[in-house]
Write a protein that binds this ligand. Structure first.
Ligand SMILES: *Cc1c(COP(=O)(O)O)cnc(C)c1O
Length: 371
């Protein structure tokens, strides 16, 4: 699905030098590379503050802790997402309120958000799924009207640009109260292990986030609240600082692969290629198609026989997962999400394809789905 080996080989000299520098310094925790990367990433995103942490799940949790939610507070998020989004809500004893997604873009449906708001609602967590942003302008309008925070789960869309109706362009993850991301190796900006970050333009919130992510510590050995221990290793920061320079080039390469697939599959009746939202660029964390009236397992098996990997993101909707069972949500509660879970298939997409590889995938996929 990804080719991290070739990607590493291309930047090996730079990355190895950066790692080596950290090894020589032995400042493995909070070394200078951490601050340097945070500053460079903030500049890239056009946001005031970036606070790094241990992974993208922690980033979401830290955001909700820093915003001071109390048990029973409601947090609205998409029914079609990776489990981490709902997990941290439940873990903090908040109430996850799932809402339906748009059938074309797969991102949270603003109308469904508005319908789910109650006096206990504190925040909306849109997920910028598969590489393009949710309809942030509509979401921000709803949030402003009801006095809610917006926590953007940007783990899959680092580098995507949102175009606002006044023509201004902003980076996904930087419009809400706070944005979060993951540097898991296969993410668009991935490190060589686990990593994550939060970004915000709110100075007071940034300060609070730093306190929460460092044991709730305000001065050394002074703890005003309960926090967590969540840091980005210096080695990972040094690697990310190198890779950040290539992020836009990587996005362009992914987009070129998506364009190639789009063109190859556009006339196949039972295949729907990804719909690109007008308000966001797509950085194609995943290239996810819909298969209509097709035996998906059969397609996957035949692809696999020809050495072509495929994945299902995500096979089981959150509301039908054992851990998240809730009397509010029975089977049929989210027909779009349930349909997507049955129909999606993701093909390999990354930055290192040879043209022959893409041809091979395209040709075989076409043959298999049309047979
Ligand atoms: C990857 C991901 C996360 C979690 O990131 P980790 O670094 O693996 O903890 C959260 N939300 C979404 C949408 C993701 O894709």
């Amino acid at each position: 699905m990804v080719d991290l080996k070739t990607q590493y080989q291309r930047i090996k000299t730079e990355v190895d030098a950066a790692i080596s520098e950290v090894l020589e310094s032995t400042q493995f925790i909070k070394g200078p590379a951490v601050k340097k990367f945070e500053d460079n990433f903030a500049r890239y995103l056009g946001t005031k503050d970036v606070i790094s942490c241990a992974n993208g799940t922690d980033a979401l949790q830290i955001a909700m802790m820093a915003l001071g939610y109390q048990p029973g507070d409601e947090v609205i998020t998409a029914s079609f997402t990776y489990v981490a989004t709902a997990e941290v809500i439940a873990l903090l004893k908040l109430k996850p309120v799932l809402v339906e997604v748009n059938p074309d873009t797969f991102t949270i449906d603003p109308a469904a958000i508005e319908a789910a708001i109650t006096p206990k609602t504190k925040a909306i967590v849109p997920v910028h799924l598969f590489g393009q942003a949710a309809d942030m302008e509509a979401i921000m309008k709803i949030a402003a009207k009801h006095g809610l925070h917006v926590i953007e789960d940007n783990a899959q869309a680092t580098g995507a640009d949102i175009t606002l109706s006044n023509g201004r362009k902003v980076k996904a993850g930087t419009i809400g109260t706070v944005g979060t991301t993951s540097f898991f190796p296969s993410k668009n900006l991935g490190c060589f292990g686990d990593g994550g970050a939060l970004f915000t333009n709110d100075d007071a919130l940034a300060k609070k986030i730093r306190i929460v992510s460092n044991h709730g510590q305000t001065q050394q050995y002074v703890h005003d609240e309960i926090g967590v221990n969540s840091r980005l290793d210096t080695i990972q920061a040094a690697i990310l600082d190198v890779k950040l320079k290539y992020l836009d080039e990587y996005a362009a390469k992914r987009r070129a692969v998506a364009d190639f697939y789009d063109n190859a599959f556009k006339d196949i009746k039972n295949v729907q290629t990804p719909v690109r939202a007008p308000y966001s660029t797509h950085v194609f964390h995943q290239y996810t198609l819909l298969l209509h009236e097709t035996n998906r397992e059969d397609v996957r098996n035949k692809l696999s026989e020809r050495g072509i990997p495929s994945m299902i993101y995500y096979p089981i909707p959150l509301h039908l997962q054992k851990a998240y069972k809730d009397s509010r949500y029975k089977e049929g509660a989210f027909p779009v999400t349930e349909h997507l879970c049955k129909s999606v298939i993701s093909l390999p997409i990354h930055t290192e394809f040879e043209p022959e590889q893409l041809d091979y995938i395209q040709e075989n996929f076409r043959k298999i789905v049309q047979s």
